[in-house]
Design a binder for this molecule. Structure first.
Ligand code: RP5
Length: 165
């Protein structure tokens, strides 16, 4: 494989998206899943986007997480150019708080799907967890790590509320 077996690509439209998309990277790090993070803008670097998306499967990627804000066409354009599953993360934009990003990503016409997550950090975290769940279908040790992650999350929830937190 050209990318050395790295299964997840995290792409984003701008450097300014990284503070959000880093939450996806942190989850993948925690679960021991290698990833490659790249800035790929659908409108500022359309040829980079085309080349990336067209070669992503041949490079060895299995899942793409794509974050974009505003008129967020990166996830949909990428999905149109690759058969790999694409999970879109709407970045919280300053003017419309990410509702523009969300609607741009989620409202794909029938035929080219983008799995759309929540706006911002929650979406980035859940995109990584979804990517992990997809990879865990064919990786038993990863499935066990994912189970442990969920159990730790459940164990961390107190049964009763406290005044001290
Ligand atoms: C989109 O435009 C990016 O995904 C980013 O969320 C938004 C703003 O980009 P910058 O102007 O901060 O580079 O393409």
């Amino acid at each position: 494989m050209a990318n050395g077996g790295v299964p997840v690509a995290i792409i984003m439209g701008s450097q300014s998206d990284w503070p959000t998309m880093k939450h996806a990277a942190d989850i993948l790090d925690h679960l021991g899943i290698p990833y490659a993070a790249r800035i790929v803008s659908a409108h500022r670097t359309p040829e980079r986007m085309y080349t990336f998306a067209r070669s992503a499967r041949a490079e060895g990627f299995k899942v793409i997480i794509a974050g974009a804000g505003g008129a967020a066409h990166l996830p949909g354009m990428t999905a149109s150019l690759t058969p790999l599953p694409v999970f879109g993360v709407p970045i919280e934009s300053r003017t419309l708080k990410g509702e523009d990003s969300l609607l741009s990503i989620v409202q794909m016409p029938a035929g080219i799907p983008v799995g759309t997550l929540a706006i911002g950090k929650a979406g980035a975290v859940n995109a990584a967890l979804l990517a992990a769940a997809v990879l865990a279908l064919t990786d038993e040790t990863l499935a066990e790590r994912l189970d442990s992650h969920r159990k730790a999350q459940s164990d961390s929830v107190a049964e009763f509320p406290s005044d001290e937190f």
